[in-house]
Design a protein. Structure first.
Ligand code: SF4
Length: 459
């Protein structure tokens, strides 16, 4: 792995007779947040039906979507980590318990999951998956509270970590963000054909655009929304379950979120472009061209080019169709792996001094190969500029990251990394430059988690 991967996307739709189809389109829009598996659970008021499987959204729901009939649905895209038995870890999770039926989908990571699981197992619980999310189902089933809302709140008080959850019962939909608001979750509304309103919650607002939903607001850290048909009217109730200083994941702006999304109520495209502008102010380098590593470096490269006046060119072309291509397990095949995906345009690059912009460096192996193929293409000087600070520590809050020993910036100085990747110069965006790119609200990084850059872990 030479990139960081968001583990999941979640969606919930309430009060639409197209709820499953709207979930499907939303999951399709959020495919970038998880490609391993996908699932949708739908309630018709009496029963919850689930359709899920491994693969991309289009293949999982190629057949059978018409069986998901009901006006409330939740959905999930999963990015799974290596070595896990993916089949039993596909979400949503469904269970029958003393109050009826429940389905649940989760984006994030629970840091005390093992401790809670061990306790539940010692009390007789039987687990079917490796998912930390399954703890919630057992905690809810064991609670003595008479309302599901109270059972959820009681269960959440036993867990620690990063989470955005959607719960589906036969008659209600619940959406909740953890007290720190690590992972994003937004609320939108849709006009039904009969004039009534449907509601949607989703990890990213790019899901709203595809189904003509209007963004209302973000769900607040520690807030629970409950959607119901009380007295025949669809409405939602807000409960502030927890209060804490927000710590939103700053990496959403750098890499995870789609640039056409609003995340944490901010336009991702604008922030990425600002990062390029800040980089141009921090590093004034003489060069012939600014070239992005596609797609991750494109928007920051536009910002850098506009601020510096150095022409922008797509000097590297990306092949979007590589999928799980067979790679021979030899040293020399590493270059092939990068070449399968990225190919430089020699005529543009030959004899030029170039500035190459990428979003981050994880192990350094991909950057090294990119620089190698650019040198082979005839580049005279290569300055690599990274639109984020150095990633020096792993994430424990719902992002799949390598062990610290594999993070190149955790053990090497900038000069040592430059030497390893064989660039003529290497520069990273400063943390202050990142805050300035986000705007006044992020002054001094307040309100954001940035532990992968400064090791200041909150929980
Ligand atoms: S450690 Fe990094 S990736 Fe993880 S939540 Fe914090 S900012 Fe995001």
């Amino acid at each position: 792995m030479d990139s960081w991967n968001e583990k999941c996307a979640i969606v919930g739709v309430f009060n639409s007779n197209r709820s499953a189809a709207l979930c499907y389109y939303s999951l399709f829009a959020m495919q970038h947040r998880g490609q391993e598996s996908s699932g949708i659970s739908t309630s018709n008021g009496y029963d919850i039906t689930t359709l899920k499987g491994e693969g991309l959204v289009t293949s999982v729901f190629k057949y059978g979507l018409e069986k998901l009939v009901g006006d409330a649905s939740i959905g999930h895209n999963r990015y799974s980590t290596a070595g896990e038995d993916s089949k039993c870890d596909v979400q949503p999770i469904f269970a029958r318990y003393s109050l009826g039926q429940i389905a649940l989908a989760h984006n994030g990571n629970l840091v005390n999951a093992e401790e809670v699981r061990d306790r539940l197992i010692s009390q007789g619980a039987i687990f079917q998956s490796h998912l930390d999310t399954e703890n919630l189902i057992h905690l809810i089933a064991q609670s003595k509270a008479t309302k599901l809302r109270d059972r959820i709140i009681e269960s959440l008080s036993c867990i620690k970590g990063a989470y955005s959850f959607v719960f589906l019962s036969r008659g209600k939909l619940f959406a909740i963000r953890d007290p720190y608001g690590f992972r994003p979750l937004s609320l939108g509304e849709i006009n039904n054909e009969d004039g009534s309103k449907a509601y949607i919650v989703a990890s990213e607002t790019c899901a709203f655009d595809l189904i003509n939903a209007r963004y209302i607001r973000d769900i607040n850290p520690g807030e629970m929304l409950i959607f119901s048909h009380e007295n025949g009217v669809c409405s939602y109730e807000s409960i502030q379950v927890f209060k804490a200083e927000p710590k939103k994941c700053i990496f959403e702006f750098i890499y995870f979120a789609r640039p056409d999304s609003f995340v944490f109520n901010k336009c991702v495209y604008e922030i990425r472009k600002n990062m390029g502008i800040e980089l141009a102010k921090e590093y004034k380098i003489k060069a012939d061209l600014v070239i992005p590593v596609p797609d991750s470096g494109v928007i920051s490269a536009i910002g850098y080019s506009q601020e510096s006046g150095i022409p922008f060119e797509f000097g590297i072309v990306r092949n979007h169709y590589i999928g799980r291509t067979f790679i021979e397990p030899t040293q020399s095949s590493r270059e092939l792996k990068v070449r399968l995906k990225l190919n430089p345009i020699k005529e543009l690059i030959k004899d030029k001094d170039i500035i190459v912009i990428d979003d981050s460096i994880v192990r350094g192996t991909t950057s090294k190969q990119i620089i190698r193929i650019l040198r082979k293409a005839g580049a005279k000087k290569i300055h690599l500029i990274i639109a984020s600070p150095q990633t020096i520590s792993p994430c424990y809050y719902g992002v799949d990251t390598p062990d610290i020993s594999h993070l190149i910036s955790a053990t090497k100085s900038i000069e040592e990394v430059r030497d390893f990747i064989n660039a003529d110069s290497l520069h990273f965006l400063s943390l202050d430059g990142l805050y300035r790119s986000i705007g006044d609200e992020a002054k001094d990084g307040e309100g954001y988690c940035k532990a992968c850059f400064d090791k200041q872990y909150i929980i």
